[in-house]
Unconditional design. Sequence first.
Length: 276
Amino acid sequence: MSSIYFVADFFAEEVLGGGELNNEEFINLARMAGFTVNKIKSTELTKEQINSGFVIVANFIGLSEDRKEDLKNSGNYLIYEHDHKYLTTRDPSGFKNYVAPQEFLCNIEFYEKAKAVLCQSSLHSTILKSNIPEANVENLSGNLWGLDTLRFISSQNKKDKKDRVSIWNSSNPIKDTLSARKFCIAKKYQYDLIGDLPYRDFLAEISKNNCFVFFPTTVETLCRVVVEARMAGMKTITNKKLGAIGEPWFELKGDDLVEEMTNKRVEITQRILSYV
């Protein structure tokens, strides 16, 4: 089997973002399938590594232009896209029909030369394909969670919930806590603000209530937190900027959705590894 070099700006031991958590689980599953997977920071990838194995590129802000050229020349890489790094703004929501003028596009050839560009949702893949028609874009239709995490979320689904709304009181302005608060005030909903906590503490806190309200200002390629809220048995109220809401499984909730994401672990991993 080929050695895999998994390239990212950060890994889960450094940053507990959705992309990093997803990537960590893929790395674990690929290793369980018998592959040798080497974690490589985007700033540290070498030409020798590119020439000696298969490269999966996740977030790549730190990747040099020289290494991008080496990868394009090799043709032996995937892009596992978690946002919109083909745009200088990294956000398509400011453009009509999410299609950016030419001057806002970047890394185009890097996407076009990849064996595939793996996206999180139909919305994500459609937007990317609209901006880079020549890229080989594939919708994975989901994210990866560890079995322990899925069991933990399932346990939150089984607990009694208050008739209140949970709002993520995020320090990140693109999560737009203010719009969620204004919505609840206008609807006279009682709500709790849940701040940035350790991952499982955060999941436990939001799932104490029966509803989660979230109105991000940018296009979320999937939106793990909304999927997690639904797996925990919560009603979700959001806008149309979430990739998850267009997926066929989004109508599921509670343990039905937990089961779906459990099955996705095998499906998504096999689809990615089929390119290696």
